[in-house]
Design a protein around this ligand. Structure first.
Ligand code: NDP
Length: 241
């Protein structure tokens, strides 16, 4: 059985990716940082549909914890074939007002966390494996307030392209998905209803993305059919940019 690790799979996009990959017969490692109950619920949902899953706590900002996450996956299943690096946090505010501790927190999770997961994947993923990072359509919009967040997502796209060349010789592909606004806690928390409606209205379909809209793209990139898609950033945003 092929195995997938999905970071940040207790909620939102990662959760949808975990459930979608499980439906495609992957044994799935459901990573989370603090939401143990939600992660256990994702595992139950996968198991009740006949799939295999395991919840593993690990803060992606810690290299040691990420190594432990991969150890757990290898111990429970027989190897690692797909890694979805979805764990991330959002921050919003003018560059002039970003505090040092907020900078460290967001860089720690979004950039160092991504790097930790990419490094461990490069060391351990089996031949013909798949690594999928999460960027953002905010990089195309360049809206005020997204300076720090975009800096981390620019880093995701940068490492994706290099990793694609470093790992491609083993049949491994490395790509990113760059969603537009998706109705998850990350997007909705702290926004007024008016702001949410305004951003939903940016898409031709006049709605927000749904986690399953993104999971479908991730599942395609994880599939054998996507073997010739490598080093790419796929925008999944309904057409807003
Ligand atoms: P959510 O806030 O819904 O979920 C975030 C997930 O990441 C949770 O499972 C959370 O786990 C986990 N997580 C947070 N910090 C850590 C950490 N340090 N270590 C391990 N896991 C962690 O976010 P989304 O699903 O919306 O976002 C997923 C990815 O998609 C992010 O990288 C985000 O930047 C990107 N994205 C999202 C968009 C959107 O509009 N929603 C648009 C574009 C990109 P726990 O609850 O246990 O902390």
């Amino acid at each position: 059985m092929r195995t997938a690790i999905v970071t940040g799979a207790s909620r939102g996009i990662g959760r949808a990716c975990a459930i979608t990959l499980a439906a495609q017969r992957f044994a799935v490692v459901v990573n989370y940082a603090g939401s143990a109950d939600e992660a256990a619920q994702v595992v139950r949902e996968i198991e009740s549909a006949g799939g295999k899953a395991l919840a593993v706590q690990a803060d992606v900002a810690s290299a040691t914890a990420v190594a432990r996450l991969f150890d757990g996956a290898e111990a429970a299943f027989d190897g690692i074939d797909v890694v979805v690096s979805s764990a991330g946090v959002m921050t919003n505010g003018p560059i002039a007002e970003v505090a040092d501790d907020e900078f460290d927190r967001v860089i720690g999770i979004n950039l160092r966390g991504t790097f930790n997961v990419f490094r461990e994947t490069a060391r351990r993923v089996r031949d013909d494996g798949r690594l999928i990072g999460l960027s953002s359509t905010t990089l195309a919009l360049n809206a005020p307030g997204y300076g720090l967040y975009n800096a981390t997502k620019g880093a995701v796209e940068g490492i994706v392209r290099v990793a694609a060349k470093e790992l491609g010789g083993r049949g491994i592909t490395v790509n990113a998905v760059a969603p537009g606004p998706v109705e998850t806690g990350l997007f909705l928390d702290g926004k007024s209803e008016a702001d949410v409606q305004r951003m939903a209205g940016m898409a031709p379909q006049k709605r927000l993305g749904r986690p399953d809209d993104i999971a479908g793209v991730v599942a395609f990139l994880a599939s054998p059919q996507a073997a010739w898609v490598n080093g790419q950033v796929v925008r999944a945003n309904g057409g807003i940019a």
